[in-house]
Design a protein around this ligand. Structure first.
Ligand SMILES: Nc1ncnc2c1ncn2[C@@H]1O[C@H](COP(=O)(O)OP(=O)(O)OP(=O)(O)O)[C@@H](O)[C@H]1O
Length: 477
């Protein structure tokens, strides 16, 4: 479908001007509306291939227009503009069938990219309008996913698009990145809302138990099976089953799971009748399943069956922009959940937290904030309330000396004003020399010969440095 006619609706004149100039120059026919009502008028009179709508406008909001336009002319592709890149807006826009969503300020390349994509998207537009019909349910999230970074916005886009359908989703990401939270978001944004969401960790349960947890068993199926028991598939009927750590599922159970996904029915252990089940599967793993497939530890057919829509969650250290938001969110939830009086963090504490590597990702950050909020003497948390991070005692993902020094330097330099940063190279090397020599001298109890050997420098050089740097030698160690 070629894009010919475009409607731009924004109450900011400068945005209207810039967009109309850029798009007219490219040969599109452009109409401009300064508010929601004007946009609606245009829409009544004309047919548009694309509409770029500001989310917040006097009168009718961009999201409400989106809904109306979708009802009247479902083929029109709608791009929502927002000044606030929160998850709520992104998910809501995509849920309502928006074609795309851009955050202000944007550059014109972003609009170009959307136009190119939109031009090729005839089939997608049909699919979007089909999905839109399924998306009339109210926006609902049990818990909000926090994060406005680019990688998280991509996650929200996919989530908004696929949640309403029944497709199987495979969520990958390191431990603590929020895989279960995303799985819940999928469920709570799907028509299965109101039906059960059940989670099962395939790594935490021994093989025999895992099978009966999933499929249930009949009375007498094995010693100790004194009662019939339903499994998670039956319990989750109509809803969503979250299979965490799917990479740890034994091969024979993988085969059984594949059968259930294909046949949509289960047989309880020790039973002979098949029971129909309607369960959406969302699986997650922190392992590389493709490697496992190559090593024949994971069935290839099951991998493809699960991986219909992959969602890769970035580690926290790759979306550091989100750390301050998460910190504030966890402080607030600590106030609500455990009744602390903590109100926020100082700028230094924020910088310290944002510089850490967080090998345990959001879970580790959440625990760290909760602990600090409970123990802090004052409502405003300072770096002193995060002693483990300040000491850099090896919690960084990379425990090498370089990683520790990087962490320390980032903290120290981060606290300094730019105008203070003169002669930094010399200053840093100089300041590292003294503690280095002092520490080795302490280790060797003041033995300069040994110290020079350890440092790999000449004894005379060491002597001179001890003098010029004014290092005192304590022979007691
Ligand atoms: N984006 C986020 N916003 C708010 N809280 C989050 C976010 N991501 C994770 N959390 C919180 O961090 C904790 C860990 O999240 P979750 O259990 O979903 O991670 P996971 O990737 O499933 O971990 P694992 O692989 O170890 O099971 C939870 O308490 C969750 O609420």
């Amino acid at each position: 479908m070629a894009i010919e006619r475009i409607l731009i609706a924004d109450d900011e004149e400068s945005i209207r001007w810039v967009l109309s100039k850029a798009l007219s120059k490219k040969g599109f026919k452009v109409d401009l509306a300064g508010d929601g009502n004007e946009a609606l008028e245009f829409f009544r009179k004309n047919t548009y291939d694309l509409a770029i709508l500001d989310i917040k406008m006097p009168g009718i909001s961009g999201l409400d227009l989106l809904t109306r336009f979708q009802e009247q002319t479902p083929h029109t592709l709608i791009v929502i503009m927002t000044a606030e890149s929160s998850m709520k807006n992104a998910v809501e826009a995509m849920k309502r069938g928006a074609y795309d969503y851009i955050t202000k300020p944007f550059d014109l390349d972003a609009i170009d990219a959307i136009l190119v994509k939109a031009g090729k998207a005839a089939e997608i537009s049909t699919e979007v309008s089909r999905l839109k019909d399924e998306l009339k349910d109210q926006y609902h999230l049990e818990r909000t996913l926090i994060g406005q970074s680019k990688p998280m916005q991509e996650v929200y886009k996919v989530l908004g698009k696929v949640a309403p359908s029944d497709v199987t989703i495979l969520i990958t990401g390191e431990s603590g990145t929020g895989k279960e939270l995303v799985a819940r978001a999928v469920h709570f944004n799907s028509p299965r809302l109101g039906k059960p969401f059940l989670a099962l960790n395939c790594a935490a349960i021994p093989r025999e138990l895992l099978e009966s947890e999933l499929f249930g068993f009949e009375k007498g199926a094995f010693t100790g099976a004194t009662e019939r028991k339903t499994g998670k598939f039956e319990q989750a009927n109509g809803g969503t089953l979250f299979l965490d750590e799917i990479g740890d599922m034994p091969l024979d159970l993988q085969a059984k799971l594949l059968r259930v996904l294909q046949e949509k029915e289960i047989t309880r252990t020790g039973g002979s009748t098949t029971i129909p089940v309607d369960v959406r599967i969302v699986a997650a793993t922190n392992q590389n399943l493709k490697d496992k497939v190559r090593n024949r530890e994971f069935r290839e057919d099951l991998f493809y069956r699960l991986n219909v829509v992959p969602i890769a969650l970035p580690p926290l250290r790759e979306r550091r922009d989100d750390i301050p938001l998460l910190v504030d969110y966890f402080i607030q939830s600590a106030r609500e959940k455990v009744g602390t009086t903590a109100l926020g963090c100082t700028a230094e504490a924020h910088r310290l937290l944002a510089s850490f590597n967080w090998p345990g990702n959001v879970r580790e950050l959440e625990n760290t904030i909760q602990r600090a909020a409970l123990l802090a003497p004052n409502p405003l948390l300072t770096p002193d309330d995060f002693p483990v991070l300040s000491e850099g005692d090896g919690e960084t993902a990379d425990c090498s000396l370089e990683a520790l020094i990087t962490n320390k330097l980032r903290n120290a330099i981060g606290k300094m004003e730019v105008q203070e940063l003169n002669n930094l190279y010399e200053m840093v090397l100089h300041q590292m020399e003294r503690p280095l020599i002092r520490i080795v001298l302490e280790k060797t109890r003041g033995n300069q010969v040994r110290t020079a050997e350890i440092l790999g420098i000449n004894r005379n050089t060491l002597r001179k440095k001890i003098q010029t740097l004014g290092i005192e030698i304590n022979k007691e160690g």
